[in-house]
Design a protein around this ligand. Structure first.
Ligand code: SF4
Length: 262
């Protein structure tokens, strides 16, 4: 595991960063975080969910053979990208040997291969691949974030873990709402979490959460758009449920909604 404040590229925390150990502490530390950087720092040292803390650290201590010798991040993953984005992409949770290894969201796994290639085709990422926090990848006008920040066993967080983690995303969105014009939400889990987070962050959203579907686009009174997209998981990309063309259409819609293209 990478210790806070030891110089890792995406690390915003240090030894003095307060550590949340309960849902109530997540609420307090998230709501009082004065900047986006502080949200990132505080969430990256969180130890609230015992099952997820144990899993992320066990995986980090036992690398896959193909990653033998690598020091895994082994901590919660924060949002990453432009701090004043026009487009916000919301996923689900980090992968055990992806973000949990590389310390950067969607970096170093097959889902990320799809996502970053699509962002690059859309002009929203400098490079088509993202393999390490030490590469030169950069998101353009875009930030990626997630509702559950620790890698869950079988990629399935429990409802209690989802609820415990939610305040981090709520506070993050408070800082992103002033500039964000489009939210691209990957999968039904992220869809539900995003609507809750938008509501908590103060956005005027419909009383009833709209139904999730690929390509569904909901316009808020503020002019911001929330766009549904099948998750870039291998379950969808290997089976053809989600194709490159479908992903490209979603990011074209997001670029239009955010004024990056007519
Ligand atoms: S999932 Fe969220 S609330 Fe739970 S330990 Fe990780 S960062 Fe903390």
């Amino acid at each position: 595991m990478i210790e806070p404040g030891t110089g890792f590229p995406t690390d915003r925390a240090d030894a003095t960063t307060p550590v949340a150990r309960s849902a109530a502490e997540v609420e307090r530390l998230a709501a009082s975080a004065p900047t986006l950087d502080r949200v990132d720092a505080r969430s990256s040292v969180c130890r609230t969910c015992p099952r997820l803390v144990a899993w992320r650290e066990e995986v980090a201590a036992n690398p896959r053979a193909s990653f033998a010798g690598e020091q895994y991040w082994g901590r919660p993953i924060t949002g990453w990208g432009d701090p004043k984005p026009r487009i916000v992409v919301v996923g689900l949770a980090p992968a055990a040997h992806g973000g949990n290894r590389t310390g950067r969201i969607f970096t170093g796994d097959r889902s990320g291969d799809w996502l970053f290639a699509a962002l690059h085709r859309a002009g929203l990422a400098r490079q088509p691949t993202s393999v390490s926090a030490y590469d030169d990848q950069e998101l353009l006008h875009t930030r990626i974030t997630l509702p559950v920040r620790c890698a869950p066993p079988a990629n399935k967080p429990t409802p209690a873990e989802r609820d415990a983690c939610a305040p981090w995303l709520h506070q993050e969105l408070r800082f992103l709402l002033p500039t964000a014009k489009a939210f691209v939400v990957l999968g039904g889990f992220g869809w539900t979490s995003t609507w809750s987070a938008l509501r908590a962050a103060g956005a005027a959203v419909p009383a009833r959460t709209p139904a999730f579907g690929h390509g569904v686009q909901v316009e808020l009174d503020s002019g911001q758009a929330v766009i549904g997209c099948y998750h870039v998981s291998q379950q969808n990309t290997f089976t053809g449920r989600l194709t490159e063309a479908m992903l490209d259409d979603v990011f074209l819609a997001a670029r239009r909604a955010s004024g990056l293209v007519e």
